[in-house]
Design a protein around this ligand. Structure first.
Ligand code: IPE
Ligand code: IPE
Ligand code: MG
Length: 258
């Protein structure tokens, strides 16, 4: 990347309106962050919540319209019981402590993922977060919790099949648009940019359908260390990408109008 990070920021920051519309983040590396310091994994998750706060503030500052964060996957239940309990507790604390600030910053919260099977208090909080912010018009923060891309696709297929079986839908009407609309937050535009921290280069069952033409940026930083400069560096890398969508004309990642 040419120039210093600070030059990159000054080049980028004034043109905040030219950011991707939807950024999705796989917040990975909490466990390794803790391990490197001889701390329990949960301490990494606690610091990860602070990094999430910073990321939300940066997204607001840069006027990004949609930010999706992968906070607990459908497969994360396979972790030790104590870690799963701690992660549930942290989600609880995050919503309890941060909901007021998010509301006052005009953030609209959406939750994607399977709610069935989650503890009742968590479901209540997720519902409250969505209900009390639904009229907000600033950043849409999509929290992927108990989320799996394959599970989401299977659920949409089941829902459409049930409608067809009841005679409410003709199978011929199922296409990419109607299928996409049957997903958890079907009205939200696809992510333009998917960032994964921690150095892993895989999708781990995240937004499998929606990320079909997303740009991917993999960062070596562990999630608890992710800060505003890392966010801006990822946006800067995105800004240099050409998106072709299967065609031959490169479309600059950043469009002046959409
Ligand atoms: C991401 O950090 C947080 C969740 C998956 C909930 P990890 O806990 O996966 O951290 P690593 O990958 O073990 O370092
Ligand atoms: C993906 O990270 C899930 C979240 C960040 C919530 P994982 O750490 O669970 O993914 P794998 O196991 O490395 O693929
Ligand atoms: Mg991980």
């Amino acid at each position: 990347m040419p120039g210093s990070v600070f030059q990159e920021i000054s080049a980028f920051a004034p043109d905040a309106a030219a950011s991707p519309r939807h950024v999705a983040i796989i917040m990975d590396g909490n466990g390794r962050w803790a391990k490197a310091r001889g701390l329990p994994r949960i301490e990494g998750h606690r610091r990860g919540v602070e990094a999430l706060r910073r990321a939300v503030r940066t997204a607001i500052e840069l006027k990004i319209a949609y930010l999706t964060v992968y906070s607990f996957s459908a497969e994360n239940w396979t972790r030790p019981f104590e870690e799963v309990q701690s992660l549930m507790g942290l989600l609880h604390l995050f919503i309890r402590n941060d909901l007021a600030e998010l509301k006052s910053n005009n953030v609209c919260i959406r939750v994607i993922g399977e709610r069935q099977g989650l503890p009742a208090d968590i479901v209540g909080l997720l519902d409250e977060a969505e209900r009390t912010t639904q009229k907000n018009t600033g950043l849409t923060l999509v929290v992927a919790f108990n989320y799996g891309g394959r599970q989401e696709i299977a659920a949409a297929a089941r829902c459409l099949a049930e409608k067809a079986a009841r005679g409410e839908l003709s199978p011929e009407s199922i296409d990419v648009d109607t299928f996409g609309a049957a997903l958890h937050a079907g009205e939200i535009p696809d992510p333009d940019l998917v960032i994964r921290t921690s150095g892993e280069k895989r999708i781990s069952n995240f937004l499998l359908w929606q990320a079909a033409y997303a740009e991917f940026v993999f960062l070596d930083v562990l999630w608890p260390d992710f800060g505003k400069l890392d966010f801006i560096a990822a946006l800067e890398e995105y800004a240099h990408r050409d998106r072709r969508y299967g065609g031959i004309d490169p479309k600059p990642a950043i469009k002046t109008a959409s």
